[in-house]
Design a protein around this ligand. Structure first.
Ligand code: 5GP
Length: 191
């Protein structure tokens, strides 16, 4: 390894729905000048979303074509839709010495861990379980009761997997502190 070259890093950030991981990721990306991977998904585009920004919005056929072509570093089905991380941009950015952040679910996180053992696995936890329920309710996005209950059940399963398989845990109680904790982990100030 050339000591003068900056080493890239792959960071997986997961956590249950409603835990605030998008906000944390955005701030970490800004402060570390990191790259946030843009995932592909088959879920419908939200009114405030732009193709290529929050996600690349693909048809199920196109998504499956890309799976077959090996275009994804990982992919998973979440809430009945496919989500996946395009492989090439991640490999290129890490090779160029960037810190690359994947905000993905635990199924995808475990695939990355298996293929890329040096990836830093960070899991975001809520301060108390009730907080998660309140946040899921607050941003219901017009979902019905059943959909909210599904999100909560899934959140509980995600936390169980995260606790078993992730290396670093950050509690999102005070946002600024959570952001700093993630930065310290990435910069290895916690070891
Ligand atoms: P949302 O539809 O609310 O944006 O995301 C739903 C879930 O899908 C979140 O838990 C999010 O972390 C996860 N997700 C987003 N992109 C990816 C991806 O590329 N791969 C995987 N495995 N999960 C993803």
């Amino acid at each position: 390894m050339n000591r003068s070259s900056k080493q890239g890093k792959l960071v997986v950030i997961s956590g249950p729905s409603g835990v605030g991981k998008s906000t944390i990721c955005r701030q970490v990306v800004q402060r570390l000048d990191a790259t946030l991977s843009v995932s592909a998904t088959t879920r419908p585009r939200g009114a405030a979303e732009t193709d290529g920004q929050e996600y690349y919005f693909l048809s199920p056929d196109e998504f499956r074509r890309r799976i077959a072509a090996g275009a994804f570093l990982e992919y998973a089905e979440v809430f009945g839709h496919y989500y996946g991380t395009p492989r090439e941009p991640v490999q290129q950015a890490v090779a160029a010495g960037k810190i690359v952040i994947l905000e993905i679910d635990v199924q995808g996180g475990l695939q990355v861990k298996a293929k890329w053992p040096e990836a830093m696995m960070v899991f975001i936890l809520p301060p108390q379980p009730e907080v998660l329920l309140q946040r899921i309710e607050a941003r219901a996005r017009g979902e019905d009761r059943q959909a909210r209950q599904n999100r909560l059940a899934r959140a509980e399963a995600e936390i169980a997997t995260g606790k078993a398989d992730y290396a670093y845990f950050v509690v999102n109680d005070v946002l600024d502190k959570a952001v700093q904790d993630v930065i310290d982990i990435i910069e290895q100030k916690t070891e």
